[in-house]
Design a protein around this ligand. Structure first.
Ligand SMILES: *Cc1c(COP(=O)(O)O)cnc(C)c1O
Length: 390
């Protein structure tokens, strides 16, 4: 629940808008940084989770590197000020234009997702007179125990090089004169809350690290990706992920060779909790089977529920509710978009609500604002920072 002074400030804003709690963002970044630094780990922030200007500036300010999945993300990261020597570039479908651009900017490494991509990068690097540093993204077939739509490290997923093709990859690497292998990369999924999954990942990474060792490759980097989950059910009491427990697993279970660096690519865990989508009730429909709250925000502002059946806590954001005795009703909380999947939550218990009341949809900092669309020719998505709210 928001502090009542905030509700007062929200009430003067045009809705809907993303509210960014910059203080919570900075505290989250500091917690991650401290926990990683204690173990000598490096964090690259996954830009795709949120590329809002001030969010990126805060993350750059905290000293993290950048993990990009498109040429435009590489460009954005460099514009914000990220050092190209701390930029990595993943993605199953990098275009020639994107690869050439990243080569030109001398990024730290390409996370290569197929044997064919190795040859393409080699050709483009040769033409540009450069040597591309690459890490092989390996699909380890580790089950992330997360929603099927956001799992990426199983044999049936399109990401990475399957283990049975690693022999081919090595053969191809031997023929590539403009590619240098610096490491191996993994990213098995998102919103992973069962930390045992990361232990299984460590076991796989150790095995593959050894495999490369045996073939004479001394890898500089073990990049274990991101995926650490957040608590969508307790956005107030559990608002900073347990980075110590997370990094601790890798410190305990990863067998690093002397001098080997461990890299992480966190997205969701760093930015989810710092934002809420603030909206107003436009209409209330009380029916026989259902009560509907129709909001002025829809799937055009927040697509996660429609796209991945994602859960978000929904609450009233007006002043005066904490601790008071109010009558409540179950509502289906929906948006105004002409799609039946435009629904934020079903049977949500809320204080009896009316037109004009403020609603907060919590934990939307990751994969929220960045997925907004203009479908139905909706207005451009709006955002407000906590330190600019007046
Ligand atoms: C999306 C992505 C990440 C970040 O995932 P989170 O679950 O948000 O931490 C990291 N690495 C790669 C390659 C990605 O595609």
């Amino acid at each position: 629940m928001f502090d009542p002074t905030l509700s007062e400030l929200f009430s003067r804003q045009e809705t809907p808008f993303y509210y960014y709690d910059m203080d919570l963002l900075n505290r989250t970044l500091a917690a991650a940084k401290t926990a990683a630094a204690a173990r000598g780990f490096h964090i690259h922030y996954a830009l795709k989770a949120n590329f809002n200007q001030r969010v990126l500036a805060a993350i750059h300010g905290a000293g993290f590197g950048a993990d990009c999945v498109s040429g435009n993300e590489v460009k954005k990261a460099i514009e914000i000020g990220f050092d190209p020597a701390k930029v990595v570039f993943a993605g199953v479908g990098k275009s020639d234009k994107e690869i050439s651009y990243a080569l030109d900017r001398d990024i730290f490494a390409f996370n290569v997702e197929s044997v064919q991509e190795l040859s393409v990068i080699d050709g483009l690097a040769a033409a540009a007179g450069k040597t591309a540093r690459v890490a092989l993204r390996i699909n380890p077939n580790v089950d992330a125990h997360t929603h099927q739509y956001i799992t990426t490290g199983l044999d049936e997923n399109k990401f990475g090089i399957p283990q049975w093709e690693l022999g081919d990859a090595i053969e191809t690497l031997r023929q590539c004169s403009h590619v240098e292998l610096i490491g191996i990369h993994f990213h098995i999924g998102s919103q992973i809350t069962d930390l045992n999954v990361f232990k299984s990942l460590c076991v796989k990474v150790n095995e593959l690290n050894g495999w490369f060792d045996e073939r004479g490759y001394r890898l500089q980097v073990l990049n274990v990706g991101g995926g650490l989950g957040v608590d969508y059910h307790h956005p107030d009491t559990n608002n900073i992920p347990d980075f110590d427990a997370y990094f601790g697993i890798f410190a305990d279970f990863l067998e690093r060779r002397a001098g080997q660096e461990v890299h992480f690519e966190l997205g969701r865990a760093l930015v989810s909790q710092c934002s809420s989508l603030i909206s107003r009730v436009l209409y209330v429909k009380n029916g026989i089977k259902k009560n509907f709250l129709i909001l002025d925000a829809g799937m055009t502002e927040l697509m996660r529920p429609a796209l991945y059946q994602a859960y978000h806590q929904i609450e009233r954001a007006d002043a005066g509710f904490a601790g008071t005795d109010v009558s409540e009703l179950h509502y289906d909380v929906v948006g105004p978009i002409c799609e039946s999947t435009d629904c934020f939550g079903k049977e949500v218990l809320l204080p009896v609500s009316k037109r004009g009341d403020l609603i907060a949809i919590r934990t939307v900092g990751a994969y929220g604002e960045v997925m907004a669309s203009r479908y139905n020719l909706r207005d451009e998505v709006r955002y407000v920072y906590s330190d600019a709210l007046a």
